[in-house]
Design a protein around this ligand. Structure first.
Ligand code: IPM
Ligand code: MG
Length: 368
C-alpha cells in the first residue's frame, strides 16, 4: 500500500453518463478499501450538462481540473436536447474533440472482448465466434479527417462546397503505431493495419511508416488489410484479428463494429492516451439518451474504463485485475443488465449490477 493520493477528474456528462458513473463509484470505493489505493475524485461539468450550467460544453475550469489530475474518467456527452445547437457548439464536437486535442490523446485503445457466457449476445452465428473474439482496436485520435485543415463550407456559383482534409505526418503515424506494437507484445503478437492504400495517399504513408515501426518489433507480425475488407472480415472471421491499427475515421467505424460483434456496446471500455501516463477513459457506447434515467444501463463499460485507468494511468495493475475478475465473475454467475440478458434470463438494473461487482472486489473474489 502506498500513501500516494491520486487525483482523478470525473466528468459524468449526459444521458446515461451520471448513472453509470455513480454506479462505478461504488466499485471504486471497494477498490480503494481493498487495494489501499487512495484517490481524490473531482467532479467536473462537461457536455450538455456544462452547456446548461455554464453556457459551453467544455468550460475552462473543467480543462483546468483535468490538467490538475492524473487521469480523467469520462462518462458520455450529447443528447437530443442539444442537437439543435450549431454543430460547433454541440457536446460531441465542442467537448470530446477539444479534450482529445488539448491533452494530445493521440492513441485510442478499444478492446472488444466476447465473454464466453455472452456468445449468444453476439449478432454473429455461434460457430463464427466459437474461436473466441478478442480484438484491440488502436485508433489514431487527433489527426486525419477529424482535425485536418482546411475544414470548411463555402459558397460557390453552383451552391455550397464542403471540405474535410485527410492529412497525416510521419510522426503522428509513428507514435500511434508504437502503441499498437507494444500492446501486441502482450497479446497474440499480431498487428493488422486497416487502410485504403489502393486509393489514399495518406494510406501509402501509413504503410511505409508502420513498416518502419514493425522493423523495430521483430517478434510481432504485421499485415495489411483494406478497411472495407476489414469490415467484412470482422463479421466473417473475427478471430483473425489481434491488434487492429487504424487512422481516425476508419478506427471510429471499425471499433463500433468490433464492439457490436462482442455482444454489446455496454461492455466496452476505452483508453485515450498521449505521451506520459495521463489518459482519458470512457465507455465506447455513448450517452444512450433512449434509456437515460431509467436505471437500466449496463455500467460495465464504465467500470472496465476505471480498470483501464487504474492500470494505464496509475500503474495499479493488481487493483485493475481485481475489477476485471469481479466483472467476469459476475457475468459468469449470471448477472445481466437488459442489453446482455437472454429472453429467459433475469435482468438487473445499473446499481444492482455495479453492486454485484463491488461486492466481488471487496471479497477479492473471482481469481482467474
Ligand atoms: C467515438 C465517437 C466520437 C468520434 C464522436 C461522438 C465525435 O463516435 O468516440 O467513437 O467520432 O470520435
Ligand atoms: Mg464512434
Amino acid at each position: 500500500m502506498s500513501n500516494k493520493v491520486y487525483r482523478i477528474a470525473v466528468l459524468a456528462g449526459d444521458g446515461i453518463g451520471p448513472e453509470v458513473m455513480s454506479a462505478t463509484m461504488r466499485v471504486a470505493e471497494e477498490v480503494e478499501k481493498r487495494h489501499g489505493v487512495q484517490i481524490e475524485w473531482k467532479d467536473g461539468l462537461v457536455g450538455g450538462a456544462a452547456i446548461d450550467a455554464k453556457g459551453k460544453a467544455l468550460p475552462e475550469e473543467t480543462i483546468e481540473l483535468c490538467r490538475s489530475a492524473q487521469a480523467v474518467l469520462f462518462g458520455s456527452v450529447g443528447g437530443p436536447k442539444w442537437e439543435t445547437l450549431p454543430p460547433n457548439e454541440q457536446p460531441e464536437r465542442a467537448a470530446l474533440l477539444p479534450l482529445r486535442k488539448t491533452f494530445g490523446l493521440y492513441a485510442n485503445l478499444r478492446p472488444a472482448v466476447l465473454y464466453p457466457e455472452l456468445v449468444a449476445c453476439s449478432p454473429l452465428r455461434p460457430d463464427r465466434v466459437a474461436a473466441g473474439f478478442d480484438v484491440l482496436v488502436v485508433r489514431e485520435l487527433t489527426g486525419g479527417l477529424y482535425f485536418g485543415q482546411p475544414k470548411e463550407t463555402t459558397q460557390t456559383a453552383r451552391g455550397e462546397r464542403a471540405v474535410d482534409t485527410m492529412v497525416y505526418e510521419t510522426h503522428e503515424i509513428e507514435r500511434v503505431a508504437e502503441v499498437a506494437f507494444r500492446a501486441a507484445a502482450h497479446r497474440k503478437k499480431r498487428v493488422t493495419l486497416a487502410d485504403k492504400a489502393n486509393v489514399l495517399e495518406t494510406s501509402l504513408l501509413w504503410r511505409k511508416v508502420v513498416r518502419g515501426v514493425a522493423a523495430k518489433h521483430p517478434s510481432i507480425t504485421l499485415d495489411f488489410i483494406y478497411a472495407d475488407n476489414a469490415a467484412m472480415q470482422l463479421v466473417r472471421d473475427p478471430a483473425r484479428f489481434d491488434v487492429l491499427l487504424c487512422e481516425n475515421l476508419f478506427g471510429d467505424m471499425l471499433s463500433d463494429q468490433a464492439a457490436a460483434v462482442a455482444g454489446s456496446l455496454g461492455m466496452l471500455p476505452s483508453a485515450s492516451l498521449g505521451e506520459g501516463s495521463f489518459g482519458l477513459y470512457e465507455p465506447a457506447g455513448g450517452s444512450a439518451p433512449d434509456i437515460a434515467g431509467k436505471g437500466v444501463a449496463n455500467p460495465i463499460a464504465q467500470i472496465l474504463s476505471l480498470a483501464l485507468l487504474l492500470e494505464m494511468s496509475l500503474g495499479e495493475l493488481e487493483a485493475a485485475q481485481s475489477v476485471r475478475r469481479a466483472v467476469a465473475e459476475a457475468i459468469r454467475e449470471g448477472w445481466r443488465t437488459a442489453d446482455v440478458a437472454g429472453p429467459t434470463e433475469k435482468k438487473v438494473g445499473t446499481r444492482a449490477m455495479a453492486q454485484e461487482i463491488a461486492r466481488r472486489v471487496a471479497l477479492g473474489r473471482g481469481k482467474s
